[in-house]
Design a protein around this ligand. Structure first.
Ligand SMILES: N[C@@H](CCC(=O)N[C@@H](CS)C(=O)NCC(=O)O)C(=O)O
Length: 397
């Protein structure tokens, strides 16, 4: 051994001045409605404690090829709270839609099925080694962010688009995109409507509180098409009105249009989704600001499903690959080497459990949205980057 594992604990106190500009939540006018109120500016001092552990060579001996430096950053106060609460409770509370066949849908037996529901199960498998340790909570579009902010749910897995405002002002963090979507328009097949322009003067059903409502207004204004929005509170009201012919078209994420048409409308073959995409709708799980460990756990649960597909590891062959692989990345992913799981606060076989008990991304996708399902959606952008899609896992190292 050419070096001695001496550990130096170096404490850095890094003072930093942060100017906190507090924006009033109400419009910046004086109570009397006169001149705008001055923003409140506060100066606070932020102190960061960083512990650096260094391996130093023994005097007189040759240094190691690559000295190892380990930096432990003092974590913010909420770090680790969510996992602790989830473990103490014995399940993860997952907010889902509950009304979207193929994504999350409550069947008559009382089970939630679908793509989003399976990502909830993957998270439970990562934490407990048991995909059944999930409490599903159906949420409406209107309440979905509030129930996450107030801690009623641990994670939101519900056709929710990543936007800047949601990522910042709402105090939320988007983890990783599980489904790349775009907004579409659905019309009755015999309507003769083939383009956005054909909707001039028409009525379009849309749901309140969605990116859909905002994008529709943007696109129609840009294209100079006048229309009347018919705005509804939930999925049943929106598509109910469309089915009754109270609007000429209905607009939503394309995945939802297809899911609703195939799963909920009485005459699925009588509707078409126009060949136009109004927006980008990256959908994925959302967590609260303030607990980076939980953010990492959800993110790396998703990445484990991408990586498993990329490496050809499935629930069917994971045991065989685990007992025979010599590939270092696969050994780390499957918990045979290294301590990647521990770094997340989980057991080292967390990814193995996800793959074994729930499956890789393509298994999860195919189970609910694959060719042999009534809610089939071609993979398209949701293919691996190696197949021309956008799915890409950072390295397991
Ligand atoms: N991805 C869009 C739309 C999501 C959305 O909420 N879509 C509606 C239309 S299908 C929905 O899920 N409604 C179900 C409900 O409100 O219960 C967003 O994040 O705003």
């Amino acid at each position: 051994m050419s070096r001695k594992l001496l550990t130096l604990f170096i404490l850095f106190i890094i003072p930093a001045l942060v100017i906190a500009g507090c924006r009033p939540s109400t419009p910046a006018t004086s109570p009397a409605g006169g001149a705008p109120a001055q923003p409140v500016v506060e100066t606070v001092e932020v102190v960061r404690t960083v512990v650096v552990t260094v391996e130093v060579p023994v005097p007189g001996e040759a240094p190691a090829a690559t000295p190892q430096v380990k930096i432990e950053v003092a974590q913010a106060p909420g770090f680790g709270d969510t996992l602790k609460a989830v473990q103490a409770r014995g399940n993860v509370i997952c907010g889902v839609n509950g009304q979207l066949p193929g994504f999350s849908f409550l069947d008559p037996q009382g089970n939630f099925s679908g793509f989003d529901a399976d990502f909830c199960r993957a998270l439970a498998a990562a934490i407990f080694g048991d995909p059944s340790k999930v409490e599903f909570r159906a949420t409406t579009t209107q309440e979905r962010f509030t129930v996450l902010q107030t801690g009623e749910i641990d994670v939101l897995m519900r056709n929710t688009t990543w936007t800047l405002v949601r990522d910042t002002e709402l105090g939320l963090n988007f983890t990783a995109t599980t489904f790349y979507d775009g907004q579409g328009i659905m019309v009755p097949k015999d309507s003769g409507i083939a383009s956005l322009q054909d909707l001039e003067g028409g009525t379009i059903c849309v749901q309140k509180g969605t990116t859909t409502e905002l994008n529709l207004a943007d696109v129609m204004a840009t294209e100079g098409i006048s229309y009347t929005p018919a705005v509804f509170d939930d999925v049943n009201a929106t598509y109910g009105a469309y089915a009754e012919g109270r609007c000429d078209a209905v607009t939503s994420d394309k995945s939802q249009l297809s899911s609703v048409a195939k799963g909920l409308l009485p005459d699925p073959d009588n509707h078409v989704i126009l060949d136009v995409t109004l927006s980008k709708e990256p959908l994925g799980p959302v967590v609260r600001h303030g607990d980076d460990q939980w953010l990492d756990i959800v993110k790396w649960t998703i990445f484990a499903t991408f990586a498993a597909e990329e490496y050809g590891i499935s629930s069917a062959n994971v045991d065989e690959i685990r007992s025979s692989t010599e590939n270092p990345e696969l050994k780390r992913l499957l918990g045979l080497e290294g301590d990647l799981g521990a770094k997340l606060g989980l057991s080292n076989d967390f990814a193995y459990n996800i793959i074994k008990l729930v499956g890789n991304y393509s298994e999860i996708y195919d189970r609910s949205l694959g060719e042999n399902t009534p809610t089939f959606i071609p993979r398209g952008l949701n293919s691996l980057y190696t197949n021309g899609g956008l799915l890409y896992s950072p390295p397991f190292r």
